[in-house]
Design a protein around this ligand. Structure first.
Ligand code: ZN
Length: 277
């Protein structure tokens, strides 16, 4: 056992007993660290400042080799994550990205992932609301790229025709790509028009631009893709609230960014783009 101090971001906490918490951090050197914080719930009920999810700071923990649960000692944070906690869209977006990381990441060094996630959380805290759907969904896709699951969006999965072609294609979650309008006929999977394909490519490349049309449908797409490729055992918790927040933002914006195009859970629902061919 050794006492270790590392940069960290708090991704999740949950009660362990009446007085204790299990805290799950992402760190550059140790990947996801789960640490048992004894008595911390009692202390925060006595008025000490509780740790907030998505706070970044310096974590000191008792590292137990070959163990899943380590001993929490201290977490010093100079930055408050208040802007996240006070805004459902920002909070649920950050929660979704945290869930992706927790689903996939083990206790192994990955400083690139740490820098990537902290950068995304910074943007989710500070970006204008209208830009947030693009930032959050692009964040999810770029994390999936980091994990080694890039979708193939340049060419049709079947015929190799350059995308986006004409007509309504279909996204193949398991195949990890898109079928062109011709090859998609009679097939299955979420329908995705040419404009939505362009939007999707921007999200995956990490360069969302402006308000995102059909954000709730884009969320359903990345959620399904992540569930399949990360072999998640259950649906992500954060996406229900995130979807509601996206639809609400879309309503504020006049229906452009939200879910009015219809989520893609139902067969036949589609991403906006062009009318169904
Ligand atoms: Zn094709």
């Amino acid at each position: 056992m050794s006492l270790v101090t590392v940069p960290a971001v708090l991704l999740r906490s949950y009660p362990y007993s009446e007085s204790s918490l299990v805290l799950r951090f992402l760190t550059p050197e140790h990947g996801v660290v789960s640490a048992l914080a004894k008595g911390v719930r009692r202390r925060s009920s006595r008025g000490e400042t509780p740790m907030e999810t998505f706070q970044r700071g310096s974590l000191t923990f008792l590292y137990r080799e070959e163990r899943d649960l380590h001993g929490f000692r201290d977490f010093q944070s100079p930055i408050s994550s208040r802007p996240l906690a006070g805004d459902l869209l920002r909070f649920s977006g950050a929660s979704f990205l945290a869930e992706l990381v927790l689903t996939h990441t083990m206790q192994e060094a990955n400083s690139r992932l740490f820098t990537h996630l902290v950068g995304l959380l910074d943007r989710i805290e500070t970006e204008a609301r209208a830009e947030l759907p693009g930032v959050i969904l692009s964040g999810a896709w770029t994390l999936l790229l980091d994990f080694g699951f890039p979708p193939a969006l340049a060419e049709c999965l079947d015929c190799g025709e350059e995308l986006p072609g004409e007509g309504m294609g279909r996204f193949d979650v398991e195949g990890g790509g898109i079928r062109c309008g011709v090859c998609a006929r009679g097939g299955e999977g979420p329908r995705i028009g040419p404009e939505a394909q362009v939007d999707l490519r921007r999200l995956v490349s990490g360069t969302p631009s402006g308000p995102l049309r059909g954000a709730a449908a884009h969320l359903s797409l990345v959620e399904r893709y992540a569930l399949y490729h990360l072999a998640g055992r259950r649906p992500f918790h954060a996406t229900t609230l995130l979807r509601t927040s996206l639809v609400q933002l879309g309503t504020e914006d006049g229906g452009e960014g939200g879910g009015e195009m219809g989520p893609m859970e139902e067969e036949g629902a589609s991403l906006p783009g062009i009318p169904d061919a």
